[in-house]
Write a protein that binds this ligand. Structure first.
Ligand code: 3PY
Ligand code: MG
Length: 255
């Protein structure tokens, strides 16, 4: 259902936001976590196996809660972004943004002409309540969307201020895993080079006045991470919640 973007309003108001990943492509799992009261739920089409039909079922299930529905798309592809937006996602996360040109391409794909180059079908798509709110959707969709770009390479960190300066970007979201991999130190989060790249990205994003997003990190509590200036922290997901619950039960039984 087309509705005001709660996460966007919370970011503007400087509120802290908690999200989690949805990897399973499961509407039942999405419904359960939606009841738990997150601020953002992220359907992961970069690393998850889901398709658009499962995403639409998940979105229907998530309507039980207030969480803003975000899709991490598989890449910076205008065609994939068009399908995600037409399906009715309220935010997009785009991985692997390295340059200002990458950021401009991503934002343009999310906006109808003349501002961008998003193909238009709002007279019938789910995003506009199947056209029942077509005129309102066409007018407000660009401003009612959260665009998150991922900073996850050394190149991106060096370009972070230019990327952040692109009009229309709401949040830069650090991907520490791929960032560490980009300097051939995959998941070596205590390595000085990796730490300093993450810190440089954090500083650049805050200095540019953009919202800062990232994942929960081992060894740092979520409140401590918010205190570092994060505006959105994405912690865990449907698959790890089930995995950890199952493992804890097995351990509690002494087996
Ligand atoms: C990364 O760490 O690379 C991410 O994309 C965050 O999930
Ligand atoms: Mg990544």
């Amino acid at each position: 259902m087309y509705r005001p973007n709660r996460l966007k309003a919370r970011l503007k108001a400087g509120e802290r936001n908690l999200g989690c990943w949805l990897w399973l492509g499961s509407a039942a799992a999405a419904e359960i976590v939606a009841f738990a009261g997150f601020d953002a739920l992220l359907i992961d089409h970069e690393h998850g196996p889901g398709d658009f039909l499962s995403a639409v079922d998940m979105m229907r299930a998530m309507a039980v809660g207030q969480a803003t529905i975000v899709m991490r798309v598989e890449g910076n592809d205008p065609v994939y972004l068009k399908r995600a937006l037409d399906a009715g996602v309220e935010g997009v996360m785009i991985p692997g943004i390295d340059t200002r040109a990458d950021a401009e391409r991503a934002v343009a794909a999310c906006r109808y002409p003349p501002l961008g180059n998003r193909g238009a079908a709002f007279s019938a798509t789910r995003a506009s309540d199947y056209g029942m709110r077509a005129a309102e959707y066409a007018k407000t969709a660009a401003d009612n969307l959260v665009i998150m770009l991922q900073i996850e390479s050394a190149t991106a960190v060096h370009n972070v201020r230019e990327i952040a300066a692109v009009e229309g970007v709401d949040m830069l979201f650090i991907g520490p895993t791929d960032l560490s991999g980009s300097v051939k130190k995959l998941m070596a989060f205590d390595d000085p080079e990796v730490r300093s790249l993450i810190a440089e990205a954090e500083r650049g994003i805050k200095a540019a006045g953009r919202a800062l997003g990232g994942i929960a990190m081992k060894g740092e509590s979520i409140p401590d991470r918010f205190a570092r200036g994060y505006d959105l922290i994405v912690a865990g997901g449907d698959a790890t919640f089930i995995r950890d619950g199952a493992a804890a039960l097995r351990a509690s039984a002494g087996r």
